[in-house]
Design a protein around this ligand. Structure first.
Ligand SMILES: [Zn+2]
Length: 133
């Protein structure tokens, strides 16, 4: 499994924005954030949504510890934590949680975005415990 291939629509999500850091899609009409990037707002149907600066902070909504690699590309990573983060802006997104003792991960744990920590996805966002910063 190789690194994901961003589309024009999803490109802003895959790398740290040079001026805004972490971004989420936001509707130009209703101003609500959403995730994942899509051609129309899932709240109101408006067609214009832009990548907008977001806090990069949130909490663990749910998580799973992966002990068996789904493919050889992940063999060196196990065990690792896959989390669904409820961002402070509202949208939920799936990511990896790094720099954490697996035994201490819990629902409601405060996390924040970090960059450049995952060798297999060197430019993409991951999350770390908030207190680790
Ligand atoms: Zn909208």
């Amino acid at each position: 499994m190789a690194e994901p291939t961003p589309l024009d629509l999803t490109q802003p999500w895959w790398e740290k924005h040079p001026d805004q850091g972490f971004v989420l899609p936001r509707c130009d009409s209703c101003q609500r954030f959403h995730f994942y990037p899509q051609p129309a707002c899932p709240h109101c149907g408006h067609a214009n949504c832009q990548a907008a600066p977001a806090s990069g902070r949130g909490e663990v909504y749910t998580f799973s510890i992966v002990h068996r690699a789904p493919s050889p590309a992940f063999a060196a990573d196990v065990p690792y934590a896959v989390v669904v983060v409820k961002t402070d802006e509202g949208p939920h997104l799936m990511s990896r949680l790094l720099q954490v003792d697996m035994a201490h991960i819990h629902i409601g744990m405060r996390v924040q975005v970090a960059w450049g920590l995952l060798p297999s996805h060197p430019h993409g966002p991951v999350f770390i415990p908030e207190e680790a910063v």
